[in-house]
Design a protein around this ligand. Structure first.
Ligand code: CO
Length: 504
């Protein structure tokens, strides 16, 4: 077989595995949106079967043979061609997946599907003990996965690589340590600042149906295409790209708070734009048709949510509309006061509702706890106490109940250990990309004031989305911004914004 034929056969097989896996994606979306609670057991069986079948297709020795042939050819000569990138990333994934026994794949899928249901119950009742046996099972399975993959340094490295290919704990710790120092200084300044926003403005009555209408209009203005995407309701908001022409985002509405759904929708629509911007028509099911990493994915959502959605220029355009829609709650409010209110900084329990300045402390806490669980330094049984102790230390407030503490996030129940750092990496990438976009388009913020978001969207599509995984995250950031990842763009952006709002 010619190398070209081998490559084509390889792509065909990998694409079929992805097609099957995208069926699991539809079932997973349904599970978290519309499935009745009673369907949990059956859904776990369905997803477990599909996970096992996908895994079998992907680890077929034939894939290894085809890879070997393609790797011997000219196809890999230009490392940044689609073919070379696909071969490189399929090899990376194949080597990992072939190390996982099928039984472990199925057990992991079955346990995490059930654990998510149990987590919902535990969170509702704020009952850590109810969740504990599931957390123990999940951590044990995650360690088995790490052992099967193999790793340098600590087991965490094996899991982090699944979400941020090529990243290591050592690099992450290095950059997070610098970030943390700067954050503590910033939060100190904010705490002692002369001016304080009146956050009660966004905590008035906001009719849920009107929130939905307003949120959809903002998503549409961003360019989220409702002919190729949906917006539904869930407990824990997410975005999933199911395939060409089909992207799903979800949110949750709070009738007493405008921020949750509005910025949640902008966040998920930012993820959605990335999914829509990838060239799936040509590359679906291959690395070139996937996101570069979760950190890069999160950079897109956080950019729209924060750099765009929490800017004064954005509200210069949207605030008059919001005032008309929410007449009773915003009719008497000034733009500057509203802008300050959506940028209010205060320590709070819930990560997904946290302001930009405290958000990364939430991530550092989770990162440290899950690292310690994996090495065995922290037992799952001690997680609630350890969480509360650290929370007091970082945020200066006591956790009142575990639903507001270690039970708040879905991740551990879903087996997503190693995932949390990608949120902070996303914030860092986001600021670095956005600084570059402003440099490339000096009137970008004025465009927002006119309700124009197409130039930013196109810039992101051109520079980031369309490449899929042809460049890994650490290469992509250098290609786009000329520099490797740093915490300084994020700190520069936050220091400038908050010093104006808080008057320090
Ligand atoms: Co996100």
């Amino acid at each position: 077989m010619s190398p070209q034929k081998a490559y084509e056969e390889l792509i065909k097989r990998v694409r079929e595995a992805s097609l099957l896996s995208s069926c699991a994606g539809v079932l997973g979306w349904d599970e978290r949106t519309y499935m009745p609670r009673g369907g949990a057991k059956h859904r776990a069986d369905q997803l477990s079967l599909l996970a096992g079948m996908t895994h079998q297709m992907f680890v077929d020795p034939k894939i290894g043979e085809l890879l070997g042939e393609a790797e011997q050819s000219d196809l890999v000569k230009k490392p940044e061609s689609v073919e070379a990138a696909n071969i490189r990333e399929i090899r990376h994934e194949y080597d990992k997946q072939t190390k996982l026994p099928k039984e472990l794949v199925e057990e992991f899928s079955r346990v995490t599907t059930l654990a998510q249901g149990e987590w919902v119950t535990a969170r509702q009742n704020s009952d850590f003990k109810h969740f504990l046996p599931w957390l123990e099972k999940v951590v044990d399975l995650c360690r088995q996965r790490a052992d099967a993959f193999g790793y340098e340094g600590e087991p965490y490295n094996a899991l982090l690589d699944e979400y941020e290919p090529g990243a290591t704990v050592e690099e992450v710790v290095d950059i997070f340590t610098g970030l943390r120092k700067e954050l503590v200084v910033l939060l100190g300044k904010i705490k002692n600042a002369p001016k304080k926003p009146d956050a009660s403005i966004v905590e008035r009555e906001y009719d849920v149906d009107l929130q939905r209408v307003f949120g959809e209009s903002v998503a549409a203005a961003m360019g989220y295409n409702f002919n190729e995407g949906r917006l539904d309701i869930t407990t824990h908001p997410f975005c999933t790209g199911l395939g060409p022409g089909d992207t799903r985002i979800t949110t949750r509405y709070n009738p007493r708070r405008l921020n949750d759904a509005l910025f949640g929708i902008m966040h998920e629509a930012g993820h959605g734009l990335y999914e829509m911007g990838i060239d799936k028509a040509n590359h679906f099911g291959t690395p070139a048709g996937e996101s570069a990493s979760l950190g890069i994915h999160e950079s897109q959502s956080r950019m729209w949510e924060n750099q765009v959605g929490r800017s004064k220029e954005f509200w210069g355009y949207f605030f008059p509309q919001a005032q008309r829609i929410f007449k009773n709650s915003l009719g008497d409010v000034k733009l500057d006061d509203f802008y300050a209110a959506v940028n209010d900084v205060r320590p709070s329990y819930i990560r997904v509702e946290a302001d930009e300045a405290t958000y990364n402390l939430h991530i550092l806490l989770r990162f440290e706890i899950e690292r310690a669980m994996l090495t065995g330094d922290l037992k799952p049984a001690d997680v609630a106490d350890e969480w509360n102790r650290r929370f007091k230390e970082y945020f200066g407030i006591e956790v009142d109940k575990d639903a507001n503490g270690c039970l708040q996030d879905v991740h551990w129940s879903a087996g997503l250990v190693g995932y949390f750092p990608t949120y902070t990496l996303g914030n860092l990438y986001s600021a670095q990309f956005f600084a570059k976009a402003k440099e490339a388009m000096p009137d970008l913020m004025q465009q927002f004031e006119q309700g124009q978001f197409a130039n930013l969207r196109n810039w992101l599509k051109e520079n980031i989305h369309r490449h899929g995984r042809v460049y890994r995250a650490n290469k992509l950031v250098v290609k786009v911004t000329g520099e490797s990842l740093s915490y300084m763009p994020l700190m520069d952006y936050m220091n400038a914004k908050y010093s104006e709002i808080y008057g320090f």
